[in-house]
Design a protein around this ligand. Structure first.
Ligand code: AHN
Ligand code: ZN
Length: 277
């Protein structure tokens, strides 16, 4: 929760802003503090509206020499427009992205802390992806620009993770994580393993075995490259957008964050790491 608050306190982490630049520095320093070997990948990415985004993907490696690698990731950028806000006057304002962005990053910073303390010999990478959220409805290619760049431009020669887990919008009140459709289709074994660990950890209500939506998100870029990748994301097939009511609204601030949801996700992923052979 505190890691989310610290991100939000920079202001909206919209690419090409000072808050974005300051937060990038802080994220890299936090991963370093937890004992990861940190690389930054800088790129200028062209958004659908022609804007050139100064983007930074930040990766923290534990035991980089190990071949078998688990990649844990979340996007850290904020959407520049709260265009799903019920009040049209807010549509040109940026979102705080407490849930949409900072929540996944916050959980991963805490996992980085625990992994560092554990002195595990497993190969684990924590990746903070930029330029996910400068997209437009109806254009699937306009999202996940940082993830697309990361997959197509290896930050080190031959880098291919064994499997990848994306956390997106994991901090909402009463969040339910259903089995996202692309994850289920392209990485069924990994979905099964994570949902089984969640149930064993006491989170079978939070991790529902219902099928979720088919969501265009960062994990798709990894799937396209043949890497089993899943998205742990709050999605409700019974509502209009499927996403949390605060999604892409100015209400996506600290009041949208529920420690209980963060704990269910963090505890599940850490249990997966430490119970796997
Ligand atoms: C679409 O709305 C097409 N994808 C949602 C991906 C996303 C946006 N995740 C967070 N913000
Ligand atoms: Zn978003």
């Amino acid at each position: 929760y505190k890691y989310i608050e610290q991100q939000v306190n920079f202001g909206p982490r919209v690419p090409n802003t000072e808050a974005h630049r300051q937060c990038a520095k802080w994220l890299a320093s936090e991963l370093t503090r937890h004992g990861a070997i940190v690389h930054e990948q800088h790129a200028i990415l062209k958004a659908f509206d022609g804007t050139k985004l100064n983007a930074t993907n930040i990766i923290g490696q534990f035991n980089p020499e190990v071949e078998n690698r688990l990649l844990l990731m979340a996007h850290w950028d904020c959407r520049p427009w709260a265009d799903a806000d019920p009040n049209p006057q807010n549509h040109t304002k940026p979102v705080d992205g407490a849930n949409d962005g900072a929540s996944g990053v916050g959980v991963l910073l805490e996992l980085a802390r625990l992994i560092g303390l554990s002195q595990t010999d497993k190969g684990i990478d924590i990746l903070f992806l930029d330029a996910e959220d400068w997209g437009t409805e109806g254009d699937d290619e306009s999202w996940a620009l940082g993830a697309r760049y990361f997959v197509n431009n290896p930050f080190k020669a031959g880098y291919v993770p064994t499997e990848a887990i994306l956390l997106d919008m994991v901090g909402g009140h009463n969040a339910i994580f259903r089995r996202e459709l692309f994850s289920e289709h392209y990485a069924p074994t990994l979905v099964d393993k994570i949902w089984a660990v969640a149930a064993q950890s006491g989170y079978s209500n939070t991790f529902s075995n219902e099928t979720g939506g088919a969501i265009t998100d960062d994990h798709i870029e990894f799937i396209k490259a043949g890497i089993p990748a899943i998205d742990i994301i709050e999605y409700n097939p019974y509502t209009e957008t499927g996403f949390n009511p605060t999604w892409h609204t100015v209400g996506d601030n600290m009041s949208a964050i529920d420690r209980t949801s963060l704990k269910a996700v963090g505890q599940t992923v850490i249990n997966y790491i430490f119970t796997q052979k």
